[in-house]
Design a protein around this ligand. Structure first.
Ligand SMILES: *[C@@H]1O[C@H](CO)[C@@H](O)[C@H](O)[C@H]1NC(C)=O
Ligand SMILES: *[C@@H]1O[C@H](CO)[C@@H](O)[C@H](O)[C@H]1NC(C)=O
Ligand SMILES: *[C@@H]1O[C@H](CO)[C@@H](O)[C@H](O)[C@H]1NC(C)=O
Length: 181
């Protein structure tokens, strides 16, 4: 019994030694696209899962411009927003990009993220009269992004990951997305 646990320990130590000798690549972020999404007014649906307030925000359109193409945002996407008591908001969106090609491609885009920051900044963001004057560097609006299309011209998006830094400006959400390389 003692022998068995000794050999288990030996294996674990050897494995750790191997793992620490491997230099794994550090992901590289490269600015890849800019997106501006037009929003309908927020609809509050009351309490959501856990101790949250559930908001539904639908999208009316918008534009995007990437290193690999550009185009518009189709009407009809939405953000499910869960706001915690301390006002941090969990964002969960799905919408459709349309490319500017003569025969457009459609690309489904999904983003997940958090908007966090000091309580007084988040309070100002929640107040339509003050929201526009909030400096985006005073809070953290971060997203991770994936896309999917069956259109062969844009298949590379299916296997790409992005992270983005965003802000709320009037009836728009604006973000810069960085390819994770
Ligand atoms: C977006 O378009 C502008 C020109 O309108 C260009 O300068 C910029 O580099 C483009 N951004 C990307 C990520 O392609
Ligand atoms: C969008 O792409 C088209 C061609 O694909 C190009 O002619 C146009 O300049 C691009 N627009 C922007 C804003 O980058
Ligand atoms: C992207 O996804 C579509 C549909 O799921 C599929 O037809 C296509 O082969 C995929 N392409 C890549 C490069 O994964």
């Amino acid at each position: 019994m003692a022998k068995l646990s000794f050999s288990r320990l030996a294996i674990t130590t050897a494995m750790l030694a191997v793992a620490s000798s491997i230099n794994l690549p550090v992901p590289i972020l490269t600015r890849d696209f800019h997106l501006e999404c037009d929003l309908n007014p927020k609809l509050s649906l009351g309490s959501g899962p856990g101790n949250t307030v559930f908001n539904w925000i639908s999208f009316t359109g918008g534009m995007w411009n990437a290193t690999w193409g550009n185009g518009t945002i189709e009407q009809g996407g939405h953000d499910y927003q869960y706001v915690l008591p301390a006002l941090a908001a969990k964002l969960d969106t799905r919408y459709l990009l349309k490319t500017s090609d003569e025969k457009p491609a459609y690309i489904e885009i999904k983003t997940d993220g958090w908007r966090t920051g000091p309580p007084e900044v988040l309070e100002a963001l929640n107040d339509p009269a003050r929201a526009d004057d909030v400096d985006p560097s005073t809070y953290k609006f971060r997203l991770y992004i994936s896309m999917n299309t069956g259109d062969p011209r844009y298949n590379h998006v299916n296997t790409t990951m992005w992270v983005a830094s965003g802000m709320r400006k009037g009836a728009k959400v604006i973000y810069d997305a960085y390819l994770v390389g």
